[in-house]
Design a protein around this ligand. Structure first.
Ligand code: ATP
Length: 256
């Protein structure tokens, strides 16, 4: 597909009652890119994230994945086309072990196209061994083997965030949507997280959309940054371009 974008956001607007949360936003995501989405409070980042993960339906515009609109897909079926996500506040099954949470992720990619129970059972049996191998490989990859059988709720917050990444990766996403992954992490943990996100992109060629308040993290790992303000795209470019952009500087200084 050469130069075609993996994901294209086309003139997306979202109106809640009278409030225009997003106003004609367009941008492309290229395969293998880490794209940072920034903006002051209320700029529309979460709204856009929720459109990409299909929790919100845009009032107008379109979102295309590999040239096809994703807007007809229900949220529980976006994993099948390769869109994975994490949540701002960790949303794991707190009473399940780490490995069981990752297993749930591994099953997310398949499922609902298989209509008959007997076919599904055959599929599950055939896939079980592969699935186990994959789950263990991901646990090893994210350094979670030691806690594989620990119940998630007993783990430190930073580790739970890593389990969330593991669960999302288990579904083999082409695009990983990360909702403020640095929230609640200390300086050292943010650094480790940044290295990990870059490693995931480098090793697995996964495209990453990073919605983040932590400017240091965005500017150090993103290839491309889109800045929103009052629901509109204010600027886009490399981290260096964005940091030097007078409109971006004004938006941030004005909001603090
Ligand atoms: P923050 O950095 O504070 O999370 P944000 O950039 O994610 O902000 P959004 O949460 O997307 O911004 O909000 C954009 C605008 O849309 C705000 O004016 C907000 O009040 C409004 N908004 C968001 N969600 C809803 C909703 N469900 N109903 C009504 N208004 C909403």
């Amino acid at each position: 597909q050469g130069n075609d974008p993996l994901l294209a956001v086309r003139d997306v607007s979202v109106v809640f009652g009278g409030i225009v949360a997003l106003n004609g936003v367009s941008f492309d995501m290229r395969q293998g890119q880490i794209l940072g989405l920034i903006g002051p409070n209320g700029a529309g980042k979460t709204t856009l994230f929720n459109c990409l993960s299909r929790l919100y339906q845009p009032s107008s515009g379109d979102i295309l994945m590999e040239g096809k609109s994703i807007l007809t897909r229900p949220p529980h079926r976006i994993a099948e086309i390769g869109i994975g996500r994490t949540f701002q506040n960790v949303a794991l099954f707190p009473n399940l072990s780490v490995i069981d949470n990752v297993r749930v992720g591994a099953h997310a990619r398949t499922s609902s196209d298989i209509v008959s129970d007997s076919l599904r059972l055959a599929w599950v049996r055939r896939g079980e061994a592969d699935m186990n191998k994959k789950v263990h490989a991901i646990l090893a990859y994210l350094d979670l083997e030691e806690v594989a059988h620990t119940v998630v709720s007993g783990l430190p917050f930073g580790t739970q965030k890593r389990v969330e990444l593991a669960r999302a990766l288990a579904a083999d996403p082409k695009i990983l949507l990360l909702d403020e992954p640095a929230g609640g992490l200390n300086h050292e943990e943010v650094h480790v997280l940044g290295d990990l996100i870059r490693k995931i992109r480098d090793d697995r060629k996964i495209t990453v959309l990073l919605v983040e308040h932590h400017m240091g993290l965005v500017m150090s790992i993103a290839d491309h940054v889109v800045a929103l303000n009052f629901g509109r795209k204010l600027a886009e470019g490399t981290p260096a371009q964005i940091q030097a952009d007078p409109d971006v500087i004004k938006a941030y200084l004005g909001s603090k």
